[in-house]
Design a protein around this ligand. Structure first.
Ligand code: FAD
Length: 380
């Protein structure tokens, strides 16, 4: 029991843990091997209210707070990193921008079905030539009468193949200083000229759906502009701040799974006549792993709490994402070390955690970009 959580938060933790242990964990290795996206599990998560967890009930959500949502991401990630990534992306990237910036009509049309778990959404920012430098977006959207005409390409977009709509960033003009104006548009995935392919062979998070998007004269009505058409850049920075809390929570969940396997194995594996958990070298590894996971979890809760209080949380979200992802990589690596040669074998399931956790140092801003964000917050 975690006494730092409220009764509701503890109930969510228990409910999601039970669900994930029954419906996700037993299949995670198979999904990883087959690169299978578990759509049926997303339907069940929808029925449990998990896809609308942090949204108000008036928008089909469960009215939970960001800490509860982070707990859910951690527990799903503990069972399967890929499913955890798709869950975090569905809520933080697919649905949240519409909740933050959408008109009432857009919320009713797009957010409510997502929060109820009836549909999924995706967020298309990254392009082959615009990754960390997302301001370098080349996709364009040109106004033609009452419609925008979109041309361009996006890469590595999570959940797009199963999404009803993708929020797409595109250049719509130049400002007074000659800089690109970036606008976010809600693009239905069945729009003519919109191609979605999922041909990537990934190192990890293989249960997550990752797509390439191609736009060839895709037309969307003007009312599909999300928020202020001049402020698409600022909007996605805010969206990513929130998303980083969920990536940090996911890293904690994956690290927790690797740690639990290592602890159990250390107690069972006998060498030199005693369980290896009796060797101080192994004990110190396990002690450091447990401490670092707990520290990262607290950082996640603090960033989530600040967000819920309506206070600035950019720096704390980057702290949490940077520390949790790098901590998680260390923990998963040590979990393999504790397993010795068995850890190197797929059968023991720890190598999957290392492959999955690597993405946490890359997605939603690499570790280098997190350090830049933090330095900027320090006034550098
Ligand atoms: C599985 C997966 C899922 C994803 N899902 C989504 C999604 O749903 N939506 C979406 O929009 N994107 C998504 N992405 C894209 C992801 O956010 C980008 O990969 C990430 O932002 C990094 O961009 P890049 O890969 O182009 O790397 P680059 O920007 O090319 O960076 C390469 C290296 O250079 C470093 N670097 C770059 N600029 C600087 C700098 N100024 N200072 C110091 N170092 C720097 C980086 O840290 C990195 O080490 C996903 C990616 C993957 C792999």
């Amino acid at each position: 029991m975690d006494f730092s959580l409220t009764k509701e938060q503890q109930m969510i933790k228990e409910m999601v843990r039970n669900f994930a242990e029954k419906e996700i964990a037993p299949y995670a290795a198979k999904w990883d091997e087959e690169a299978h996206f578990p759509l049926d599990v997303f339907r069940k998560m929808g029925e449990l209210g998990l896809l609308g967890l942090p949204f108000p009930e008036e928008y089909g959500g469960a009215g939970g707070d960001t800490i509860s949502y982070a707990i859910a991401v951690e527990e799903i990630g503990r069972a399967c990193g890929g499913t955890g990534l798709s869950y975090a992306a569905a809520v933080s990237l697919g649905a949240s921008p519409i909740y933050y910036f959408g008109t009432e009509e857009q919320k009713q049309k797009w957010l409510v079905p997502m929060a109820k778990g009836e549909t999924l959404g995706a967020f298309g920012l990254t392009e082959p030539n615009a990754g960390s430098d997302a301001g370098g977006t080349r996709t364009t959207a040109v106004l033609d009468g009452d419609e925008y005409v979109i041309n361009g390409e996006k890469c590595w977009i999570t959940n797009a193949q199963y999404a009803r709509q993708v929020i797409v960033t595109a250049v719509t003009g130049k400002d007074a200083r000659g800089k690109n104006i970036i606008t976010a548009l809600i693009v239905p995935t069945d729009s003519p000229g919109f191609t979605i392919r999922s041909n990537y062979d990934k190192m990890g998070v293989r249960a997550s759906n990752t797509c390439e998007l191609v736009f060839e004269n895709v037309r969307v009505p003007k009312e599909n502009v999300l928020g202020d058409p001049q402020k698409g850049f600022k909007q996605f920075l805010y969206t990513l701040d929130g998303g980083r809390i969920s990536i940090a929570a996911l890293a904690v969940g994956i690290a927790q799974a690797a740690f639990e396997k290592a602890l159990q194995y250390a107690k069972e594996r006998v060498q030199f006549g005693q369980p290896i958990s009796k060797f101080q070298a192994i004990q110190f590894k396990l002690a450091d792993m447990a401490m670092e996971i707990e520290l990262a979890r607290n950082m996640v809760y603090k960033a989530a709490w600040l967000k819920d209080q309506g206070k600035p949380f950019t720096k704390e979200a980057s702290f949490a994402k940077l520390f949790a992802s790098e901590m998680g990589f260390r923990v998963c690596n040590q979990a393999i070390q504790i397993h010795g040669g068995y850890g190197y074998m797929k059968e023991y399931g720890v190598e999957r955690h290392l492959r999955d956790i690597k993405l946490m140092e890359i997605g939603e801003g690499t570790s280098e970009i997190q350090r830049l964000v933090i330095a900027r917050q320090l006034g550098c």
